[in-house]
Design a binder for this molecule. Sequence first.
Ligand SMILES: [Zn+2]
Length: 371
Amino acid sequence: MKRFILAYPYQSSIIRWMIVCFLVVDTGLGQSASSPEKYDTDAAVEAIQLFQVIAEGRAVADAEWERVFREKGYRSYLSYSDSLYKKQLLKRMAALVFDPRRSSERDSVLALPIQLDRQGFELMLAQNLFALSKRLDEAEQFLVNTDFANVLRQADAIARRNLPSTIEAGYDVLKDVQFIVSDADGKVTNHAIVVDVNTALEFGPEGLVNLIAHEFHHDYRGLTLRQPTSAFGHELNRLHQEGVADLIDKDVPPVTRMGLFPESVVALYNDLYMSTPEILKTFADRIDEHIAGDLTQEALNKKLRGYFKFGGHPNGYYMALLIKDELGMPPLLDTYNDPLAFVQLYNQAAKQRGREHVFSDTFIAYALSNY
Ligand SMILES: [Zn+2]
């Protein structure tokens, strides 16, 4: 099963985890009254219908594609960035994968090695569509027959168990869950939680619940998070955000499989996870160099932006697991919206464990005044 929501390194601008500011009103009605029933499958259903047309050897007019792209799910997905590129890519890969006259060309494309670059992203999209092409009927049945209201209720309950009770009582789920066909991923946008339907099938019912619970956690956390104002703060925030949410839905590394991701990506993820002590030390070294006057603010920012790969997942998860093992879950729950507390808890846990990177007092002081 694919157990990861991750950003490829070059995708850091795409995966922005935009946070919305809502006025939060405590309904006082408790959890039972706030069960979410907000989901939308139209975009995925209509995309699959277009794929079936292509598979019959017929052409799909641009106007037909545009009609699908106007569905809510695609509007959310395309609102990230590069919407023209994403649209063209999806059309191009759908034609390659589903047009029966192009099967030999398709097979040679699917056999190309995947690197972590833009071409790799395109190839993985093609592979995801190809996997979907083998189970289009199953996907349609899934979209029509799944009790998504129940999936969302279960996901919400899990997310709330990983948050303080103040959230449990007072907040309501903020975002719709929308299913589309895209790269193999689930993402939080400023409008919605957008999930690729083949990814949902890969996860299976329980995995899908956990995937959405992970995204709901981001959603609730964003309500009261103090937003970072520096490149440094942004990186700390990413570590914390993904680290604590990964406690909900990720297996403890090393992992052997990450859905449709190639072995090279799985190996890179495991490497990054295991190298967390050195990666944190190098991060702190950059700050020391800056404090010593050897690195200008501009040069520091450049080095820090996107420093933690995979959207912060492997290193943040390493830190969160260390805290959980040494100090238990309660302090992680209490500080669910505070990346600075997360770093300090990590330090306490790292000292207790031994043989881990411990941030210096200078680093902690810098963090507190430069978030
Ligand atoms: Zn996440």
